[in-house]
Design a protein. Structure first.
Length: 316
């Protein structure tokens, strides 16, 4: 996919499993935000295609693109709230613009979504009167009001401290438990990446390095993945771009080996919420592809499912 002479990414093909949470990682400048905006047709490259349910979001008639966009809810990196409008009016904006619902119905929906993200009581505040974390939650509530089938989150942790990031991680899992929507999160944050998604992918050098069950990436010995997850300087990722072959060869001779990683447990919904419907669907899907996965990923998957009963052997 290209803009002018710049090739942002190419040969990126993936299927987001329905109802599951997926994360896309990648160093700065790899086109992750461009990827999200291209998916819903907000950016139109000069070359390339983005197919959503058979609709080309680049070249299809505008009416088809508009109708397909209704499948999505988008949480922007900075919240993208209107500064002169209250949080209530910000969240209500899509309903007032794109539906003919009565104001009483709009109020009911908005308050339900604000309750889901923990903002009841703040609905009359202006964006400038609240914290960055609250603005992000308001942006997430707005993304939910049209009952999207797919939710895209562009670096939802950007600018948040570790404590607020932990709350946000739990909120994303809780929302998935309540609405069973497909979610795609772009992030640099390894805490979110390690504990929230069912599936993970990584973009690098204009290509999709990998995409699949979280255990595949979290146990990968692919050099760029191992470097990114460990935060080490040694590896293909440089300060501003990929390193040259001579530098990589020199590092390979002197750098210590990466230690094997054990995936952290995935977060579960908060007490009182229903179980995530995606969990059982994912279990069946992942076990079906088990023979095709790398050995380390297979071992991690079997270990994660062991408490639920024997899989491919006797659980201990």
């Amino acid at each position: 996919m290209s803009f002018g002479t710049q090739n942002i990414w190419q040969d990126v093909s993936l299927t987001l499993p329905a109802g599951e949470v997926s994360v896309m990682l990648g160093p700065s400048g790899t086109g992750k935000t461009v990827f999200l905006k291209s998916v819903i047709g907000l950016l139109k490259p000069e070359r390339g295609r983005v197919l959503i349910n058979g609709v080309d979001m680049v070249n299809s008639p505008e009416r088809e693109i508009y109708e397909t966009r209704k499948l999505f809810g988008l949480m922007f990196q900075d919240g993208a709230l209107f500064g002169s409008m209250s949080l209530f009016d910000n969240v209500a904006f899509p309903l007032r613009e794109h539906t003919r619902k009565k104001e009483s119905e709009i109020r009911r929906i908005v308050m339900e979504r604000m309750d889901m993200v923990g903002l009841v009581g703040a609905e009359q505040k202006l964006p400038g009167e609240i914290s960055g974390g609250m603005r992000k939650r308001a942006g997430l509530a707005r993304a939910l009001v049209l009952d999207p089938q797919i939710i895209l989150c562009d670096e939802p942790d950007s600018g948040l401290d570790p404590v607020r990031t932990a709350y946000l991680s739990q909120l994303l899992i809780d929302l998935n438990a309540q609405i069973d929507a497909t979610m795609l999160i772009v992030t640099h944050n390894l805490d979110i990446a390690a504990t929230v998604p069912d599936n993970m992918g990584m973009l690098f050098r204009r290509r999709l390095v990998t995409f699949g069950p979280r255990e595949v990436l979290l146990t990968s010995d692919e050099p760029v993945v191992a470097q990114f997850l460990s935060g080490r300087r040694e590896g293909p990722i440089g300060m501003s771009e990929e390193k040259d072959a001579a530098t990589l060869a020199r590092e390979q001779r002197t750098a210590p080996a990466y230690a094997p990683r054990t995936p952290a447990p995935q977060l579960e919904p908060s007490p009182g919420l229903p179980p995530r419907a995606a969990v059982q669907r994912r279990r069946e899907r992942v076990l079906g592809m088990l023979p095709r996965l790398p050995e380390a990923a297979r071992a991690a998957i079997l270990q994660s499912y062991a408490p639920a009963g024997p899989i491919g052997g006797t659980a201990s």
